[in-house]
Design a protein around this ligand. Structure first.
Ligand code: C2O
Ligand code: CU
Ligand code: CU
Length: 506
């Protein structure tokens, strides 16, 4: 049965009035969940606005040449050391001709700067927080010690600063990113523009001979005045999706690919699922979140969910005009007041691709070996669920992990350093949710849906993986540092409302 029909038939008026009496449920829900913390931090709570008119998509220029990401210059002259400063601050920029849009950015850049470092490097990033609220920098996917990983407990106050220091271990070459992770305010800080990129390189990269380009896919919502509005009730429910999907901050840029090239793609959207395809071309998947696969995998399309990254080889030297598409993907969003409130999914062109003649290095048949983590000696069970509640006389939706809403003062699970674990993650809900685990990478063993078991088709390293409604995914993983780690849904509005829990590694 269609989810929208499910909602309209089974829930009736109660749910409808709940969804559309927005400021109420928002304020009450948040107060109920986080009262202690919020008062302590003086946070304004979960801001919610009614649905509004949006700026027409055509107002944003499109078809311009793809801009390369701006690198974060290394201030250190010492080899093996990367040193730089990231400053988070509000800026006014002209995204739309004639309109000044207020955005929150790292070093004034959209997307944030690209950090490039090598395995084994010592990284030292000074973070200057010029926002009016506390923030952190979380190094999504990187194996950094917990106290350097921008946990909500380690918030840098407004006008404060700190230095993040970590050494990149060997064997962590891959495609990562960084974004804020303060308690409660992560969704807003990210949708206002705070996110940057991190590539760890290996000195022995089997794909070093390929020219490389970077496509950071992000989502942007602008109201009719060209400003970034707060979340609506629907954004909080389904995860925020704007009218714009940008690549390196541009609408439908033209990416010229000479010969065969290596593309790194990031899904930095708060909630948008990207079912990617390039009509007329095979996608040669060579890497995932945690770096290269063991061998290239030819695909017709691939699903890149919020938080995930991939590396592809694209082009064969023949001249073709095509595009990078996001095909329709139904992630079972919940319905609103009437069926028309959920914007119908449409196929989108994310970028125009100009494939032209150029060098076509051969695709290696082997890329690397991903070691089996070994025999698991511990089992963790995680369940994502959604629950309708009537807290304080107001209908609200709770997004839960193992039946509980996030509490930064509680640890939910315990692990031991170096122990091989199987995590069985179950999505006991009607909607897709991307599961993300901090501090490490994992391999997927298998998944179970509708009574059918499916083994992972190939070995790959992930830190974020999608779960279909009622799907169970089994992963194998190891934590390498003592301390506190988060795991959560990477639809940031769900994370912000409590679909997050904590792992204490001893
Ligand atoms: Cu991308 Cu807990 O984060
Ligand atoms: Cu993360
Ligand atoms: Cu979710």
């Amino acid at each position: 049965m269609d989810r929208r029909h499910f909602i309209s038939r089974s829930a009736g008026m109660g749910l409808v009035s709940w969804l559309y009496s927005q400021p109420l449920w928002a304020a009450t829900d948040h107060a109920a969940h986080h009262s202690g913390m919020e008062t302590a931090q003086g946070s304004s709570g979960l801001k919610t606005v009614p649905a509004m008119d949006l700026l027409p998509e055509s107002k944003l220029a499109s078809g311009l040449p793809h801009l390369a990401l701006k690198p974060l210059p290394n201030a250190s002259a010492k080899t093996g050391t990367f040193q730089a400063t990231l400053t988070a601050a509000a800026h006014e920029i002209e995204l739309v001709a004639g309109i000044k849009t207020t955005v929150w950015l790292y070093n004034g850049q959209i997307p944030g700067p690209l950090i490039e470092a090598y395995e084994g490097d010592e990284v030292e990033v000074r973070f200057v927080n010029q926002l009016a609220q506390a923030s952190t920098i979380h190094w999504h996917g990187l194996p950094v010690p917990p106290e350097q990983d921008g946990n909500p407990q380690d918030a840098v106050p407004a006008d404060g600063e700190r230095v993040y220091r970590f050494k990149l271990p060997t064997d962590c070459a891959g495609t990562y990113w960084y974004h804020p992770h303060p308690h409660g305010d992560t969704p807003e800080q990210v949708y206002r523009g705070l996110a940057g990129l991190f590539i760890v390189r290996s000195k022995s990269d089997p794909l070093a001979g390929f020219a490389e380009q970077h496509l950071v896919i992000s989502d942007l919502k602008l109201d009719a005045q060209g400003q970034i509005p707060d979340n609506t009730a629907d954004d909080w429910m389904n995860g925020r999706e704007g009218q714009f999907v940008l690549v390196n901050g541009q609408r439908n840029p033209v990416v010229t690919i000479a010969g065969r090239q290596r593309l790194r793609l990031w899904n930095a959207c708060s909630a948008r699922y990207l079912r990617l395809a390039i009509p007329g071309q095979k996608l040669t998947l060579v890497g995932t979140d945690g770096g290269l696969l063991e061998a290239p995998v030819p695909l017709n399309e691939l699903l890149l969910v919020p938080g995930q990254r991939v590396e592809l080889l694209v082009g064969d030297g023949k001249t073709v005009q095509t595009s990078l598409k996001a095909l329709i993907y139904d992630r079972q969003k919940m319905g609103g007041q009437n069926m028309n409130d959920i914007v119908a999914e449409t196929e989108r062109t994310l970028a125009t691709l100009n494939l032209i003649a150029g060098p076509t290095p051969a695709i290696p048949t082997r890329l690397r070996q991903i070691a089996d983590p070994g025999k698991a000696t511990a089992l963790k069970k995680v369940e994502f669920s959604e629950k309708m509640s009537m807290a304080g006389g107001v209908h609200s939706m709770n997004f839960l992990v193992n039946g509980k809403s996030y509490d930064m003062n509680r640890h939910d699970l315990t692990s031991r350093v170096g122990e091989v674990e199987i995590w069985e993650v179950f999505n006991n809900s009607h909607m897709d949710h991307p599961f993300h685990l901090h501090g490490t990478q994992f391999v997927v063993l298998d998944s179970r849906l509708d009574g059918k078991r499916r083994n992972a088709p190939f070995r790959a390293l992930h830190d974020t993986i999608n779960l279909r409604p009622y799907e169970t995914v089994r992963i194998k993983t190891i934590q390498h540092h003592k301390g506190l780690r988060m795991f959560h849904c990477h639809i940031l509005e769900h994370e912000g409302q409590g679909m997050m829990a904590q792992l204490l590694v001893k």
